[in-house]
Write a protein that binds this ligand. Structure first.
Ligand SMILES: [Zn+2]
Length: 267
C-alpha cells in the first residue's frame, strides 16, 4: 500500500485535512505482533535463508514470468511494480506450498518484494504487484514515513510504526464490527487516492519467511494495510471497494469531500 503522504507532499499545506477528519475517540491500542511458537528452537530458520546466495538481480516480468523460470537473471534492475490493468492484479493468487518456502526462488521473491516496497516507498506490497501470483505480502511502517503525515491524521488513523512483516498464505478475519473510513493509495494505482471503509481490528494468521506459523493482531492503520494487501491476493484493488465520489489525484488529497460523502474517521 502506498504511503498516503509521500515525501514530495511534505511541503504541501494540510489545513484542509482537518476539515475532512473526524477526531478519533478511540484510545490508541498497542497490540503488537504476536508470533506463534516463541521457543528459540522454533525461531531457528528452518530453511536457512542464505541471503548471500540470493542474486540481487531481477528481471521484471509481469504475469509470473519470473516465477515460471522465464526471467533473465543477469539483469540487475529493481523489481518492477505492475499497474492496474495487468491481469495478475485482478485474479486470485495461489497458495505457496510450505515445502517451497525455503527455496531460493521463494526467498528471492520475498527479498524483491521488500526492495520494491522500500524503493517505492510504500507501507505494504503483495507478490502480485511484482507480477508473481503467489499469496505473499510484506508490510512495514516507519517513524520516518509517519513523520510526514499531519499529527491529527496520525492520531485519527491510529497509525504506529511496526517492523517488517512477511506473511505467506495469510488468512485474515475481522475481530470487531468497528470500521473506519480513510483515504488510501496503492503502488499499482500510482498517483491516486480514494476513501475505503476498513475494519479497525483484524487477525491474520500465516507463515513467516522461515515457514513458522505466525499470528498478527492488528488495529488501526496496520489493520488497514493488512486488509489492503490481503485484498490484492484475491485480485481486488482498493478502487474495487472505494466509497463512490472520493476518488482523486494525490495532489487533490486534502480538498474537501463531495457533499453527501461520509466523514472520515472511525465509524
Ligand atoms: Zn495496493
Amino acid at each position: 500500500m502506498e504511503t498516503v503522504h509521500r515525501f514530495s507532499f511534505r511541503l504541501l499545506p494540510f489545513s484542509l485535512a482537518e476539515r475532512c477528519l473526524k477526531p478519533s475517540s478511540a484510545t490508541p491500542r498497542f497490540r503488537n505482533l504476536i508470533c506463534g511458537p516463541t521457543s528459540s528452537s522454533n525461531h531457528i530458520p528452518k530453511f536457512i535463508p542464505a541471503r548471500k546466495s540470493y542474486s540481487s538481480s531481477f528481471s521484471p516480468i509481469a504475469k509470473a514470468g519470473w516465477f515460471l523460470g522465464l526471467g533473465d537473471k543477469n539483469k540487475t534492475s529493481l523489481p518492477k511494480i505492475v499497474n492496474a490493468g495487468d491481469p495478475v492484479l485482478h485474479e486470485p493468487a495461489r497458495e505457496v506450498d510450505p515445502k517451497e518456502i525455503g527455496s531460493d526462488k521463494i526467498q528471492k521473491i520475498i527479498d524483491d518484494m521488500v526492495v520494491a516496497m522500500r524503493n517505492a516507498p510504500g507501507v505494504g506490497l503483495a507478490a502480485t504487484q511484482i507480477g508473481i501470483p503467489l499469496r505473499i505480502i510484506v508490510l512495514e511502517d516507519t517513524k520516518e514515513y509517519i513523520s510526514y503525515a499531519p499529527k491529527e491524521e496520525i492520531k485519527a488513523q491510529d497509525r504506529r510504526p511496526f517492523d517488517l512483516l512477511v506473511i505467506i498464505n495469510p488468512k485474515l478475519k475481522s475481530k470487531s464490527n468497528k470500521t473506519a473510513l480513510f483515504f488510501e493509495g496503492c503502488l499499482s494505482v500510482d498517483g491516486f487516492r480514494a476513501v475505503v471503509e476498513r475494519h479497525l481490528d483484524v487477525e491474520v494468521v500465516g507463515l513467516d519467511r522461515y515457514g513458522n506459523h505466525i499470528k498478527v493482531d492488528a488495529s488501526g492503520w496496520q489493520a488497514r494495510i493488512l486488509q489492503h494487501e490481503c485484498d490484492h491476493l484475491e485480485g481486488t484493488l482498493y478502487v474495487d471497494k472505494m466509497v463512490p465520489r472520493t476518488f482523486r489525484t494525490a495532489e487533490n488529497l486534502t480538498l474537501p469531500l463531495a457533499e453527501g460523502c461520509p466523514k472520515l474517521g472511525v465509524c
